[in-house]
Ligand binder design. Structure first.
Ligand SMILES: C[S@@+](CC[C@H](N)C(=O)[O-])C[C@H]1O[C@@H](n2cnc3c(N)ncnc32)[C@H](O)[C@@H]1O
Length: 222
């Protein structure tokens, strides 16, 4: 078997370290020893974009917030689906993730970050939700392994009751938030339900209809 080769390291603000590793044509971003994002497992990341398009893709000048960039699978699918008048804001906490997107992972990302519909905001997606008064039709939150975070303790607040109300407040009426997780989390499902939004818990396979079943909560603002 081919060995993993380390391509780069990044300090996560308020957290540990990410490492970008390559094995043949496969890339993985590790948080410690756990794979946070792999280039061969993009199914559920793309399904988040498909759900958003199905729910709000028909709106004129749809505004979509993606947090975070990772390997850009969600972003590229949003760009492929949404129209020319859409505005897509990508919030990414770790500057090196963007450098890798323009460097060793450029073959995956293509020109997506230069698409005129895309605005990249370096920083915490929680701050973007709080600061952007224009509001979003869709928020696609995939910043961690799920509500029980892996990247940094600070991400817990995004999944707290306060974080959920901030996401709700950042949505336009009828807008939706999709939240990704590697596994179910009944406590988070309950918290999300207490927000007053309509909540669905969907499952999506990791790769081409196969592999692990990831969880995507869809919360719709009435
Ligand atoms: C699992 S990856 C995202 C995968 C992405 N959906 C894709 O299609 O490749 C998680 C990303 O979120 C970023 N991140 C972690 N915490 C964040 C935060 N609080 N705000 C914004 N980005 C964050 C990480 O640096 C990483 O790039």
């Amino acid at each position: 078997m081919l060995p993993w080769v380390e391509l780069g390291r990044a300090k996560v603000p308020g957290g540990d370290e990410f490492r970008l590793m390559q094995r043949g044509d496969e890339f993985t971003i590790f948080a410690g020893t756990i794979g946070l994002m792999g280039s061969r497992q993009s199914g559920s990341e793309e399904v988040m974009a498909d759900i958003a398009f199905a729910r709000v893709g028909g709106r004129a000048k749809a505004r979509v917030l993606i947090g975070g960039l990772g390997m850009g699978f969600t972003l590229r699918r949003v760009l492929a689906k949404f129209g020319a008048d859409a505005e897509i804001v990508v919030a990414e906490l770790v500057p090196e993730i963007v450098s890798w997107a323009r460097g060793p992972l450029a073959g995956l990302h293509g020109t997506s970050l230069d698409d005129p519909r895309v605005t990249l905001k370096l920083g915490d997606v929680g701050n973007v939700m709080a600061a952007d008064a224009q509001k979003f039709d869709a928020i696609l939150l995939d910043v961690d392994n799920g509500p029980e975070g892996l990247s940094r303790p600070g991400n817990d607040r995004l999944y707290s009751a306060g974080g959920i109300s901030a996401a709700k407040a950042a949505l336009r009426p009828g807008g939706m938030a999709a939240i990704w997780s590697v596994a179910p989390d009944p406590k988070f499902t309950k918290r999300l339900g207490q927000s007053g939004m309509k909540v669905e818990e969907l499952k999506a396979r990791a790769h081409g209809g196969k592999g692990a079943r990831h969880v995507i909560w869809v919360a719709t603002r009435g």
